[in-house]
Ligand binder design. Structure first.
Ligand code: NAD
Ligand code: AHE
Ligand code: ZN
Ligand code: ZN
Length: 374
């Protein structure tokens, strides 16, 4: 049967800086190469709040935010072969077409096949599938998971084990994969290494899991909110630093504590000053710092070039360097095999109607992840 336009409950961001508004939106059927999914659950990531704040140069309104979801295929468009109705899927804000220069390079997960239209809040054909009373509503990160139904390109879906609880593995759609992947794929932390992780939100805590799995010797975590340290300790962190306890740059504290600096550091906050500290706490000659946090429009990082001349390396990581279609299903399998836990991260669950509360909890530092159940 040909799919029809359906009505869907969605949290719409009408403008930057305003709370999301519950609306009934029209969701068009999936077009050629597209898939419509019914959302089961979605996490709320700091990046959703970042874009809503107006700091994202690519923020475009009105839109439907959300990019950390898990859902079930409801209908498929012409030519779709890799998923079928009923499949369990995780939406990918970093797609994997397998045929672009980036996918074929073997050097990056940053598929560029649809990056231009995705950044403009549009499907690959340059139009949107969401509307209210005929007015277009834009997509977000190609995913828009704060909607009961959403449409994505086929290349933006990872098909996962149907036995995996989507209410938990949705976190692999962004936060947990990002932190673990940055440690294991981007930095390739080795056994015995000393690691510093700045920011103990969902991303930083996932980096702690990655570092523990990599058998890092020392895992130093840094946060200004000490309530985050208990979970970090449970996940394997060994040293805990609150920068507010010191009256000198935190990089100096870490260099003293580690006989010259750490082997690897990760910035999981989005603060350009902390990015500098993260680089400068690295060991001379070999220390590597990975930027994960997303900084606002117009912000820039700086350091003395001498820091790089003397062997420190500054890198970045998006979605943990993970190729979504070919590699994410295995993260789900590893979760199913008990290699890591996701429920520790889920401090709150709520309905879509309560999504603004999820943002408040995040801003107050009271949540790690809120998961919205549909
Ligand atoms: P979060 O808000 O849950 O956590 C941030 C943590 O940083 C909090 O615990 C907070 O107390 C701490 N913090 C804030 N300022 C600090 C400071 N000056 N010093 C030390 N700690 C400080 O956020 P999250 O969801 O974990 O996301 C973290 C960052 O990662 C955000 O910038 C987000 O946009 C970004 N992100 C990037 C990717 C990627 O692919 N690169 C993916 C997901 C999220
Ligand atoms: N749109 C912003 C940058 C936002 C950004 O860096 N996004 C990360 C994912 S954050 C997920 O929580 C990312 O993957 N970036 C790679 C990409 O291609 O967008 C800006 O500054 O314009
Ligand atoms: Zn995210
Ligand atoms: Zn590609």
């Amino acid at each position: 049967m040909t799919a029809q336009t359906i009505k869907s409950k969605a949290a719409v961001a009408w403008a930057a800086g305003q709370p999301l508004s519950m609306e009934i939106v029209d969701v068009m059927p999936p077009q050629k190469g597209e898939v419509r999914i019914k959302m089961v659950a979605t996490g709320v990531c700091h990046t959703d709040a970042f874009t809503l704040s107006g700091d994202d140069p690519e923020g475009i309104f009105p839109c439907i935010l959300g990019h950390e979801g898990g859902g079930i295929v409801e209908s498929i468009g012409e030519g779709v072969t890799s998923v079928q109705v009923g499949d369990h899927v995780i939406p990918l804000y970093t797609p994997e077409c397998g045929e672009c220069k980036f996918c074929k390079s073997g050097k990056t997960n940053l598929c560029q096949k649809i990056r231009e239209t995705q950044g403009k809040g549009l499907m690959p054909d340059g139009t949107t599938r969401f509307s209210i009373d005929g007015k277009d509503i834009f997509h977000y990160m190609g995913t828009s998971t704060f909607s009961e139904y959403t449409v994505l390109p086929e290349i933006s879906l990872a098909k996962v084990n149907p036995e995996a609880p989507l209410e938990e593995v949705c976190l692999l759609g962004c936060g947990v994969t990002t932190g673990m992947g940055a440690v294991m794929n981007t930095a390739k932390v080795e056994e015995g290494a000393t690691v510093a992780i700045f920011g103990m939100g969902g991303i930083g805590l996932s980096a702690v899991i990655g570092a523990t799995m990599a058998k890092a010797g020392r895992i130093i975590v840094i946060d200004i909110n000490e309530s985050k340290f208990a979970l970090a300790r449970k996940l394997g962190a060994t040293d805990f630093i609150n920068p507010k306890d010191y009256d000198k740059p935190i990089q100096d504290v870490i260099v003293e504590l580690t006989d010259g600096g750490v082997d690897y550091s990760f910035e999981c906050i989005g603060n350009v000053n902390v990015m500098r500290s993260a680089l400068e706490c690295c060991h001379k000659g070999w220390g590597e710092s990975v930027v994960i946090g997303v900084a606002g429009a117009g912000q820039e990082i700086s350091t003395r070039p001498f820091q790089l001349v003397t062997g420190r390396v500054w890198k970045g990581s998006a979605f943990g360097g993970v190729k979504g279609r070919t590699e994410l299903p295995d993260y789900v399998e590893r979760y199913m095999a008990g290699e890591f836990n996701l429920s520790d991260f889920i401090t709150h669950t709520m309905s879509l109607e309560q999504v603004n509360e999820a943002f408040e909890l995040m801003h107050e530092g009271k949540s790690i992840r809120t998961v919205i159940h549909f």
